[in-house]
Design a binder for this molecule. Structure first.
Ligand code: ADP
Ligand code: MG
Length: 617
């Protein structure tokens, strides 16, 4: 009987721990190999909060505090400790460090802390850990070892696990959760769309840390001992195995994994040991590690999404009036291409000069929107961009052309803030943004796309668009906690706006498809639509038509021209001269990191050095 109770409590503790990891790793994409630290910290906090001062039991063990606090304060303290301990780690997973480095950093920290705890007796009683940690309400319940008390404990913990599940799900199924999943799928892109990676990662590190701490607190008050040997980094691997096998990005999967992996392994070990008492005592625990490693490998190979894969989140678009679509309802819709490739729709006029397009309300056409002065960027010894000075005028579709390796993509990254300049200044709408991080530039309306496919793969097309919508009250942690009623209106507005954009691009039928399943051309469109969701003032597009069917390229070009006519400013990298001819004016030519020339395509064709650089390069 007692064994069954122990199993239930362990199961619930593992479920809670796996839920925290499921949020961090499955939803937020943070590979926290130091997860066990937070559980151990919570456990230690619960122990010293519920124990009397260390002199009470004849001083046989040493620890700080000893606050003798009543239940449930030790558990609350455990969660708080897990959350507080998480804060210093945010510098590891923040904005700059790549995910794999962060994972190693956390792993190393976990090992170091374990060594510290094992060897620093005054604080943690060293290797021996802490013993006789009081159980919750032990003093109030006379028969503390009675079966009914144990059952109550077990049921209480299961209820708590259910509450944690509800809470984690609650914040995951919100605009905030969607933002986390976008960051998981491609953090650089999320950054370029105005998402503050540092604050997003801090949020899930702290929430996951609190959940881990709580699970540790529960465990330590149940088993009544806290031993550093029980919190080695290897335990983290068990939890990762549970989340991967159960299903990344699906909290129900994490629950299933928590029951299958840690509990299942304990169970099977016990059964085998009981049946074969002559086995060497260390054999099975060692084999366990082999088995867990193999299981992870097998799952990653054959069923990477886990037993319960992440669900696709279907969102209904608001119904549109069924009236026949008139030409003016879809001004940017695909003009039917006639065989020679010219659009059959209304003729598209390329702006005749920098001032040729109409400006947005309040802004004068002809203003300089973006200005780079002496901008350089080196990688080691490579001068990818050196001393570029250029300006982009409002309402133009400015082309940026040059041979491969000319530095076009790097320049775009510098202008958008994805990379920092080595020298030079960048001004956007009169403001010096040289040191403004990418997500803030995006919030100012300066939004880029990427040369390589950069859709959020495991978000639907509609979710890709929604994730970029600015100003959704549910997109922050506290908004998500406040619940659907708090953000429903913003969400509905974003869905309506996304519906309009999808309609304009004729892609409504793909709204609920995974973006990762689309064709290359469709994915380019998703990226452009997603950028438009941010209400940009200026777009920086990196080869939006590369690898796209010519008909679709034509359609994208017409769309961009239409946007500029409505006051948008676009700087577009492209290396097809034909596309520049058709859509862009002026055109800037880059070669070997520098600007070679600028002008209309006709002017550029007359300049020998341009033709030479382009054709030879
Ligand atoms: P383009 O987009 O015009 O083809 P890029 O901007 O991608 O050119 O690259 C310009 C030069 O900078 C190339 O020589 C490239 O190898 C180098 N480069 C670009 N990014 C990096 C990087 N992250 N590290 C090192 N070298 C880079
Ligand atoms: Mg490039």
């Amino acid at each position: 009987m007692y064994y069954l109770i122990t199993l239930v409590v362990y199961g619930a503790v593992d479920v809670i721990a796996c839920l925290g990891l499921s949020l961090q790793f499955g939803i937020g994409g943070v590979t926290n190999f130091g997860y066990i630290i937070f559980q151990a910290a919570g456990a230690y906090a619960a122990a010293i909060l519920s124990l009397p001062p260390d002199s009470a039991n004849g001083g046989f063990q040493r620890y700080i505090g000893g606050f003798n606090l009543p239940f449930p304060l030790p558990w609350v303290g455990a969660a708080a400790a897990g959350a507080v301990i998480a804060l210093p780690f945010t510098f590891l997973v923040g904005r700059r460090l790549r995910g794999d480095f962060a994972a190693i950093g956390l792993l190393v920290t976990a090992v170091l802390l374990n060594l510290l705890v094992m060897n620093f007796v005054p604080l943690f009683n060293g290797d021996a850990g802490l013993a006789i940690v009081p159980a919750p309400l032990q003093s109030q319940v006379m028969t503390d070892t009675s079966v009914s008390y144990q059952w109550e404990f077990a049921i209480g913990v299961v209820v708590l696990a259910a509450a944690v599940f509800w809470f984690i799900r609650h914040i995951t199924e919100s605009p905030y959760g969607r933002t986390l999943r976008a960051m998981r799928d491609n953090d650089k892109v999320a950054d370029s769309l105005g998402k503050n990676l540092l604050s997003l990662r801090t949020g899930i590190l702290v929430v996951g840390g609190a959940v881990a701490g709580l699970s540790g607190g529960i465990l330590v008050t149940f088993v009544s001992v806290w031993s550093p040997a029980g919190w080695t980094y290897a335990e983290t691997i068990v939890l990762f195995a549970a989340v991967i096998i159960g299903g990344r990005g699906n909290h129900a999967g994490a629950v299933l994994g928590a029951v299958l992996v840690p509990v299942g392994f304990e169970e099977s070990t016990r059964l085998i040991t009981d049946a074969n008492p002559s086995l060497p005592p260390n054999l099975l625990p060692s084999l366990q590690w082999v088995a867990i490693g193999l299981l992870i490998a097998v799952f990653l190979w054959f069923r990477p999404a886990g037993i319960l894969p992440e669900r696709r989140r279907l969102i209904a678009l608001p119904a549109r009036p069924a009236a026949p679509v008139q030409a003016r309802d879809r001004p940017e819709a695909v003009p039917e291409a006639v065989p020679d490739g010219t659009p059959a729709g209304p003729p598209v006029t390329v702006p005749s000069g920098p001032a040729g397009a109409a400006g947005a309300a309040g802004a004068q056409p002809g203003d300089i929107v973006l200005q780079a002065t002496g901008v350089s960027r080196e990688f080691g010894g490579v001068h990818a961009v050196s001393g570029v000075t250029l300006s982009v005028t409002r309402g133009t579709l400015t082309g940026l052309i040059g041979p491969n390796g000319a530095g076009k993509s790097t320049l775009l990254a510098l202008l958008a803030g994805t990379q920092r300049v080595s020298a030079g200044t960048i001004r956007y709408q009169g403001q010096d943004v040289t040191n403004v991080p990418a997500f803030r530039r995006a919030r100012l309306g300066l939004v880029r796309t990427f040369q390589l496919a950069s859709e959020f793969k495991r978000l639907t097309v509609l979710e890709n668009l929604l994730s970029a919508a600015p100003g959704n009250r549910g997109a922050g942690f506290f908004g998500a906690v406040a619940g659907r009623r708090y953000w429903r209106q913003d969400e509905a507005a974003a869905i309506a706006k996304a519906g309009d954009i999808l309609h304009r691009f004729g892609l409504e039928s793909l709204a609920n498809s995974y973006a990762g399943d689309l064709s290359g051309g469709q994915r380019r469109l998703v990226e452009i639509m997603r950028a438009l969701m941010t209400d940009p003032r200026m777009l920086l597009l990196d080869e939006p038509m590369a690898g796209v069917h010519p008909e679709l390229a034509q359609r994208i070009g017409d769309l961009l021209v239409g946007l500029c006519r409505d006051g948008m400013t676009i700087l577009m990298v492209e290396h097809e001269l034909a596309i520049m001819d058709e859509f862009c004016n002026p055109v800037i030519v880059m070669a070997e990191g520098s600007v070679l020339a600028q002008g209309t395509m006709a002017q550029l064709r007359d300049r020998a050095e341009v033709v030479e650089a382009y054709l030879v390069g």
